[in-house]
Write a protein that binds this ligand. Structure first.
Ligand code: ADP
Ligand code: MG
Length: 503
């Protein structure tokens, strides 16, 4: 970074000299980096940012367009590279690109211009992160997340989100203990001290910490801070010779909630300070609550004595949500959105079941999926069909389209209905052949991205109107016939996961 600054400075001097000699030069052509840095610095009131940082743009998008829109659509945009007057960004699917382009592009561009005013357009490239260096993108984000750019005011230390409360935290087997423990400390401070909650990404840890914070804040001094921000403030305070204030602030609180402690990988001095703050707080009866993505003994780069302090109270985990919890969350979230928009957001049971059975990785993805479906419904004024849902949620689903071939679908459907492939592909219209044929056509439509004529060709050159008719017939039958739904679900699982009885 230092090298860069010196080089840029020399560059700038040369430019000055050239400019003095009345040469007209487009500064942006010559040193975009220099200008870019300057823009950012102006915009952030001399904060420590020195590089064009996609993370900053993302935070700004989150602020300006709201968390829901951000989580549902914009978070998936990644930065690829910058050019003189445009940025190349990536999105995971064509649908998301079109959605973003038609709705948020102007605002996104405005935000980017705040940091790099020469940008006149952005271009999107579709990058399937599942196939394409998923890991790289993930790791890059992780690094970026470690950088906080907050103004140095103490009031901003603590950020409690009023939308994450106990009353909208849905409980099930996987999070019951963590929920009960959180309620307990909210009722009776220091009952468990510290309370250590751990679990994977998007499982509801921050939600629980927030809920505790909101409860206790009514009559206590509460501080909720992420570990990375804690480190950032610590370093800033040392630089500004302001440690007394820092210590005072942290040691005066009645409740200290530290989120994502796995990011605390600070130097000895910081761990030392943290250790003493921790002890001082416990001694005076303040409550400490910590969250992490793993149990205390698995935390890397954290001193043993701190880890053993973490284990000294109650350690509870949040597991992946099971199907029951996922269903409950989908219902609750839809209820909430109905109330929010004060209108009926009708999402069929079929789609609800599809979302809760397919999106299994985290509650965050589940919530994001529902937000997407609801925004689709509101904008197009109709509930998406199952195949539309698949397109909207493509990047969140585990469906590996590449493994799903028409041949596989035909083979499994024939096996299921005990008919031969020749029979299925023949032109015979006996009832015992028509239904399996329609089922195979329907499954091909929803599980692959093949067009109607393409599907027709694979089914002995049938006309595309026959294909539409088959899809519609099965969709109609599904509405009133639970057996058909069950068969379709069984087949779908066999095709996608080679499993028999799930859903
Ligand atoms: P983590 O901190 O574990 O990564 P979060 O607390 O940020 O996860 O949760 C991710 C999203 O899922 C948030 O929008 C949160 O409100 C929601 N969420 C998580 N668990 C639940 C739950 N049990 N009930 C309702 N919403 C939940
Ligand atoms: Mg969190």
């Amino acid at each position: 970074m230092l090298d860069c600054t010196i080089l840029d400075f020399i560059f700038f001097l040369i430019l000055k000299i050239i400019c003095c000699n009345n040469f007209i030069i487009d500064l942006t052509e010559l040193s975009p980096k220099y200008l870019m840095k300057n823009n950012i610095n102006q915009n952030l009131n001399n904060s420590e940012v020195k590089n064009f940082n996609w993370n900053l743009i993302q935070s700004e998008m989150k602020n300006k367009l709201g968390l829901d829109i951000f989580e549902s659509w914009l978070k998936k945009i990644d930065f690829i590279e910058e050019h003189h007057n445009y940025l190349l960004l990536s999105v995971p699917t064509r649908f998301i690109r079109d959605w973003i382009t038609s709705r948020y592009l102007d605002q996104i561009l405005q935000i980017i211009k705040l940091y790099k005013k020469d940008v006149t357009r952005v271009e999107f490239k579709i990058v399937d992160i599942k196939k394409n260096n998923y890991k790289n993108i993930f790791e890059k984000n992780k690094d970026n997340e470690n950088i906080s750019f907050i103004k140095d005011t103490y009031s901003l230390y603590s950020r409690i989100d009023p939308n994450k409360r106990f009353d909208n935290f849905v409980t099930g087997k996987s999070n019951k203990l963590a929920h009960q423990a959180s309620l307990k400390v909210s009722e009776k401070i220091s009952f468990y001290n510290p309370l250590f909650i751990y679990g994977g990404v998007g499982m509801g840890k921050t939600h629980l910490l927030n809920s505790i914070g909101l409860e206790l804040k009514k009559d206590k001094k509460v501080m909720l801070i992420s570990a990375e921000r804690f480190m950032y403030q610590f370093v800033k305070s040392i630089k500004a010779n302001d440690m007394v204030k820092f210590k005072e602030y942290f040691r005066n609180t009645d409740v200290l909630l530290i989120d994502d402690i796995q990011f605390m990988n600070g130097k000895e001095a910081m761990q030392e300070e943290f250790f003493h703050t921790f002890n001082a707080l416990i001694e005076k009866g303040s409550q400490i609550i910590i969250s992490a993505d793993r149990p205390p003994n698995k935390l890397p780069r954290i001193q043993e004595r701190i880890k053993s302090r973490f284990s000294g109270g109650l350690v509870v985990d949040i597991q992946k949500p099971d199907i029951d919890l996922r269903k409950k969350i989908v219902e609750k979230k839809l209820d909430e959105l109905c109330n929010l928009y004060s209108e009926q957001v009708k999402i069929s049971k079929d789609i609800q079941n599809f979302i809760s059975s397919e999106i299994t990785t985290s509650v965050r993805e589940l919530v994001g999926a529902i937000n997407r479906i609801v925004s689709f419904t509101r904008i197009y004024n109709k509930t998406p069909s199952l195949s539309e849902t698949k397109v909207i949620l493509k990047d969140l689903l585990n469906l590996n389209e590449n493994n799903v071939t028409i041949d596989l679908i035909q083979t499994l459907v024939c096996k299921f209905f005990k008919i031969s492939k020749n029979e299925m592909l023949s032109s015979r219209r006996s009832r015992y052949l028509v239904r399996p044929r329609q089922t195979a056509i329907y499954l091909t439509k929803i599980l692959t991205s093949k067009s109607l004529p393409e599907i027709g060709r694979e089914f002995s050159n049938r006309d595309h109107t026959t294909i539409i008719h088959s899809v519609k017939t099965i969709e109609k039958l599904k509405e009133k016939n639970p057996e058909i739904i069950e068969n379709i679900n069984k087949l779908k699982n066999q095709i996608l996961y080679k499993k028999e009885n799930e859903i």
